[in-house]
Design a protein around this ligand. Structure first.
Ligand SMILES: [Zn+2]
Length: 283
């Protein structure tokens, strides 16, 4: 009798776990690709997800805000971010990552092989070391392929570690990437200035362009807009920020060339959800 009960319990557990596994498989199979430009105040944080696979590009200036925002776009049960990319070690891009590495399992970390002598940078390095996260320095051509075929490809730096003028202009060390889905192509260039942006191998197939350096006058030149001809421009900036980003002159040239301009300081997080095609919303 006791043996029968045990067998029934075992059988039921097997059924429940099989059902859970199948449900997760199905959820992942039909999961849309999602690109979320998170509203983290004055900084950048871009979360790319497909099912249980996540890439986070930068973490904004505040860990508490980042974790709150990420919680809105990641499944509750998922505590792993497969890849974190820190475009460059400025505080409005990496400070939030200290808390992220403490609260999530990070499988891989891509950064630039250049250090910043700040307490936060030291804390981030310590957390990465303690958690035994694989740290690498990508260069042009490195890429990640998601199950749907969507692809994140690094286009800058051209050679890892070879960043000219970092001491004078750290923003020009930013890792730049193109993320391609079935029908969209996103340009994500950290805080690059025009001196580098205008040299990038890029063409008019870009559809969504994140304005580098939060819409600062240093970036998103008319030349760059003419070369890329995006349909949408995203500006990631904090409400009433002390740098007065985005600058009027940049907004003017963007508005002259581009159909849609979305701003995290006005609209909150901007989210593209792509199944057969992408729809954009802000919340
Ligand atoms: Zn920045």
């Amino acid at each position: 009798m006791r043996k029968n009960i045990l067998l029934t319990i075992l059988f039921l557990s097997f059924c429940v776990s099989t059902l859970c596994a199948l449900t997760l498989y199905e959820l992942n199979r039909f999961a849309p690709v999602q690109v979320a430009f998170l509203d983290v105040g004055q900084g950048d944080a871009i979360l790319i997800t497909e099912g249980s696979y996540q890439i986070l590009i930068d973490g904004g200036p505040d860990g508490r805000v980042l974790l709150e925002e990420i919680g809105r776009y990641m499944p509750l049960w998922d505590r792993t971010v497969e890849l974190v990319i820190a475009t460059h070690p400025d505080s409005d891009h990496i400070d939030g990552l200290v808390d992220l590495v403490q609260n999530y399992n990070v499988e891989q970390f891509w950064g630039i092989d250049l250090r910043r002598q700040t307490n936060v940078f030291a804390a981030l390095e310590r957390n990465l070391r303690n958690r035994e996260v694989l740290v690498q320095y990508p260069e042009r051509g490195w890429h990640v392929l998601l199950p749907s075929g969507a692809k994140l490809e690094i286009i800058y730096p051209f050679v890892a570690g070879d960043v000219v003028g970092f001491a004078d202009e750290p923003n020009n060390a930013s890792i730049a990437a193109i993320f391609t889905t079935a029908d969209e192509k996103f340009f994500l260039g950290g805080d690059l200035h025009s001196a580098v942006e205008d040299l990038l191998p890029i063409d008019r197939s870009v559809t969504v362009l994140k304005s580098s350096h939060h819409g600062s006058g240093t970036s998103t030149s008319q030349y760059f807009l003419n070369r890329t001809m995006p349909r949408d421009v995203i500006i990631s900036a904090g409400k009433d920020n002390r740098y007065n980003h985005p600058k009027d002159e940049v907004l003017d040239r963007i508005r002259r060339s581009v159909k849609n301009v979305y701003r995290t300081d006005h609209q909150g997080s901007i989210v593209y959800r792509c199944l057969d095609f992408c729809t954009v919303s802000h919340d």
